[in-house]
Write a protein that binds this ligand. Structure first.
Ligand code: MV4
Length: 497
């Protein structure tokens, strides 16, 4: 047991603030690091001490292992929390931190290494009774042999890069004629992108749901899961809406998947917070995809349904404490939903938008939580992730949580940049989401940019309103989302009138 007195947070934005809040409550002093672009950032102001570590590009600041460790030593910090992104899944950094006599708030470098390589991860978990997508467990080198395997599995198949992850380095092959060509491209892409050309094949699950389990392990070999999160609503492999628990899992399936998640963590001798990603097929078969060896963006929905503070738990486990509960002690309370508020324009293919927060007023009320990193008047730096804030709601049931989210989005006032708030509102009102009958193709199946598009010219606005009235009058049976959305979402446009 080694008590932490001073914690360096090797991150920025909402997650740096989130970590500092828990540290402060535990009586732990906080040290921020920042780039030249973040001089006036909230995480700098909120920390007990803050040090500039370099120019705006991440490669010259938030990714500089040497500078971060130098600040830790200079400030007398005894531990480093990496947050998510940046150095959070870098096993070299975890190793370096430990070698310098500091505590890394996360798993061992060895666990990260195993889970960071998709093939090593599959190999490890396969011995622990964790279901894998039909496919190969080792890298394919012989194309003829691979074709044979693909034929047995059945097309379409998916080629994945072992060093990839989060959707990078994936290729769908529709038929045998395309196999060789796609395989060669996948290997060459993986080699240039990751410096590792190892690829493997899997059966392509066409309409999967993304369901992940939060797991927690201590340094004494105990592992539990903190239930599931449904994260199927994504674009370009970036989640936008997450919820806990998933509305499709029966208690039996949840128990089975939870056990598989715990086993997967045990396969990597895992400690601290981690996430086991599964895909769930239409026939309710589930398969392990990968493990994320960090605290995730969407961890608050798990906090809301379990009542636990995952950052405090991470810190205690890093100090060497045992998990303070067993699996049987844990239960799901109510339902939580998160909408990521990103400085992105959903009407422009979710491309990042830049600008200054001319208006920024957060919603309040029972069961509403906003984890943010900005305030009114701040300009969003272009160098980093466009996440402005996370809007999280908690209610007794999923229906009530969706209604609360709609209200909270209505109360969130942002102008100066386009955000994903209007998209979140669209999702909360969509029949597929409300019924629970959706998968990772939600956006391509149901979303059209026009649904959020309102012309800012007042005359055109009047026309749109007149049109909407006409639509409502014309059809009592089917007031389409297009019509209702087009008159209600003008407030989420960049320059609101
Ligand atoms: C798959 C798949 C279908 N079949 N594997 C995407 C990110 C990475 N974690 C793995 N991913 C997928 N792997 C097989 N065999 C579909 C996806 C996938 C996906 C998974 C989860 C959430 C969103 C997704 C969007 C597109 C593809």
């Amino acid at each position: 047991m080694k008590k932490i007195h001073k914690l360096l947070i090797a991150n920025r934005g909402e997650i740096a603030l989130r970590i500092m809040r828990s540290a402060k409550e535990m009586g732990i002093k906080t040290v921020a690091v920042f780039s030249e672009a973040d001089r006036n950032a909230l995480h700098v102001r909120f920390a007990d001490e803050a040090y500039c570590i370099g120019p705006p590009p991440s490669s010259e600041s938030y990714l500089r292992k040497d500078k971060i460790i130098e600040v830790a030593k200079k400030s007398g910090a005894d531990a480093i929390h990496p947050g998510y992104g940046f150095l959070s899944e870098n096993e070299e950094f975890a190793d370096l931190v430990k070698k310098e006599g500091l505590i890394f708030i996360g798993p061992s470098a060895k666990s990260m290494e195993t889970m960071g390589d998709k093939l090593a991860a599959k190999e490890a978990v396969s011995k622990f009774n964790v279901p894998l997508v039909p496919g190969t467990k080792t890298a394919i080198t012989d194309i003829a042999e691979a074709k044979g395997i693909a034929k047995k599995i059945g097309y379409p198949i998916l080629i994945k890069a072992s060093a990839g992850g989060g959707g990078k380095g994936m290729r769908v092959v529709e038929n045998e004629a395309d196999f060789q060509n796609q395989m060669e491209r996948a290997i060459s892409e993986a080699t240039s992108a990751f410096g590792d050309g190892a690829v493997f094949i899997e059966k392509y699950i066409m309409k999967p749901r993304h369901i992940e389990f939060q797991i927690f392990g201590d340094q004494h070999g105990n592992v539990v899961h903190l239930f599931d999160r449904e994260c199927s609503i994504q674009r370009r492999h970036q989640k936008v809406v997450e919820e806990a628990p998933s509305c499709v899992l029966t208690p039996e399936l949840r128990k089975k998947m939870g056990e598989a998640a715990v086993n997967a963590a045990k396969a990597a001798n895992y400690y601290n917070a981690g996430t086991i990603e599964f895909i769930l097929d239409e026939d309710m078969s589930f398969y392990f995809l990968e493990m994320n060896t960090r605290l995730q963006v969407e961890h608050p929905v798990t906090e809301m349904i379990t009542g636990l503070d995952l950052v405090k738990l991470q810190i205690k486990i890093a100090e060497g404490e045992k998990l303070p509960f067993t699996q049987e002690d844990l239960a799901i309370h109510g339902h939580a939903i998160e909408v990521r508020v990103c400085a992105e324009d959903p009407t422009n293919n979710f491309l990042p938008d830049i600008g200054t927060l001319q208006t920024y007023r957060v919603p309040q009320g029972h069961g509403v939580r906003v984890d943010g990193g900005f305030e009114e008047g701040m300009t969003i730096p272009v160098q980093y992730d466009p996440l402005l804030a996370k809007l999280v709601v908690h209610a007794e049931t999923r229906d009530l949580a969706m209604d609360k989210m709609k209200r909270a989005i209505d109360d969130f006032e942002i102008s100066g940049v386009a955000t994903t708030l209007g998209f979140g509102h669209f999702v909360m009102g969509h029949e597929a989401f409300r019924s629970g009958n959706f998968n990772t193709r939600f956006i391509e199946n149901y979303f059209k940019p026009e649904y959020l598009n309102v012309k800012e010219d007042p005359f055109e606005k009047l026309l749109a309103a007149a049109f909407a009235v006409e639509v409502i009058n014309a059809s009592k049976a089917e007031v389409s989302n297009e019509a209702t959305q087009s008159t209600t979402t003008s407030k989420w446009r960049k320059n609101r009138l």
